[in-house]
Design a protein around this ligand. Structure first.
Ligand SMILES: CC(C)(COP(=O)(O)OP(=O)(O)OC[C@H]1O[C@@H](n2cnc3c(N)ncnc32)[C@H](O)[C@@H]1OP(=O)(O)O)[C@@H](O)C(=O)NCCC(=O)NCCS
Length: 327
């Protein structure tokens, strides 16, 4: 690694509308008790119809720029992690660039679903460490609500909308210590949106079959998630040359509280060190770990010098972990 690279600004944005488990009880055959016991979720945020991922992402990005004390035109690159882009193309990063006025930046999206924010940090870090760019904006932005079949109780209770953003730049001390990432394409169809791509282009038939909605085999994903999250976290900790005891704060992807608890148990880190917001927001895919990082810093659970472990898992399958010393 040539240069120390760290997070120098953070921001997040959430839609105002709150959808509680009690609201869902009126829409489908479910209960607050079932959802809380099986997932840990109490409520989630839902964007107004017509909202794009770039609308939430650009608000988060503006806050992150203010926090970093940078002007939009100082940003060299914008990377957006999303599985709910404004459009299949162009990239949501381009829409965000326009909305925040970062005219100098190169822009692209990364497709790594719920692990996307961690993947985005890894890509950003490479560009800065190599000296090619100085300031990179990484955004995790999702409007998942239109991708959800609101009649499918096995998925619709789980997801929410939101966006988080980080500005990365050179730091004098600490910063990113390690990454570990992996994927398993053999399990690609356990969690996917089958319609609307080149294999099954949108047609009356794909719409009739609901192929434009997220499909998930939740039960099968559960065990894979625990194994992959704990495995890659162990590797990232090893690469950072620290012991698990040295971790001050864990920012896990927020898919299910039971997945988080099982992962953390395998790592041997106490739950008090884990930041959880799934109760308030559900699973916001790439935005989940981004927003959790912002909130943990805001609540001073992460301070200068804190060792932070981020770990995420999602569709792909794709997983990733990162260890940082907070700069
Ligand atoms: C989805 C998930 C919460 C389901 O929990 P589970 O304990 O595995 O539950 P199951 O799928 O085995 O379903 C158990 C029962 O609850 C029912 N059920 C499913 N959703 C329900 C709901 N919202 N309300 C009430 N009952 C529900 C099922 O129909 C099933 O009933 P049956 O036994 O009569 O067939 C869980 O599997 C999960 O979180 N998986 C990981 C998903 C994930 O993280 N995805 C994103 C990765 S980034």
């Amino acid at each position: 690694m040539n240069k120390k690279v760290g997070v120098i600004g953070l921001g997040f944005h959430l839609p105002k509308k709150v959808l509680t488990n009690f609201d869902l009880e009126k829409m489908i055959d479910t209960s607050d008790e079932w959802i809380q016991t099986r997932t840990g979720i109490r409520e989630r945020r839902i964007a107004e119809p017509g909202t794009g991922a770039s609308d939430l992402g650009s608000e988060a990005a503006k806050k992150a720029l203010r926090d970093a004390k940078l002007k939009p035109e100082q940003i060299d690159l914008i990377i957006v992690a999303t599985l709910s882009p404004d459009m299949p193309f162009p990239s949501t990063a381009c829409f965000i660039q326009d909305k925040i006025g970062a005219g100098k930046a190169a822009c692209f999206d990364v497709s790594a679903a719920c692990a996307g924010f961690v993947y985005g940090l890894a890509v950003a870090q490479q560009f800065i460490a190599s000296g090619m760019y100085r300031y990179v904006l990484v955004v995790g932005a999702e409007v998942l609500s239109p991708l959800i079949d609101w009649k499918d109780r096995s998925t619709c209770v789980l997801f929410g909308d939101g966006a988080g953003a980080a500005v990365l730049g050179p730091v004098k001390k600490g910063g990113i210590l390690s990454f570990h990432m992996g994927s398993d394409g053999a399990c690609a169809e356990l969690l996917c949106m089958p319609g609307g791509g080149s294999r099954h282009p949108t047609s009356p038939e794909t719409v009739h079959q609901g192929m434009h909605f997220l499909k998930m085999k939740g039960n099968e994903i559960f065990k894979l998630a625990v194994r992959a999250m704990s495995g890659c976290a162990v590797q990232a900790i090893k690469k950072a040359k620290i012991s698990p005891d040295a971790i001050d704060c864990v920012i896990p992807h927020q898919a299910n509280l039971r997945i988080i608890q099982a992962t953390i148990e395998k790592l041997g880190v106490p739950m008090e060190k884990v930041y959880v917001n799934i109760d308030r927001y559900g699973n916001m895919s790439s935005a989940s770990s981004a927003i959790a990082l912002c909130e943990a810093v805001e609540e001073k659970k992460i301070r200068t010098g804190s060792k932070v472990l981020m770990v995420a898992f999602g569709s792909g399958l794709a997983w990733g972990a990162c260890v940082m010393e907070w700069a």
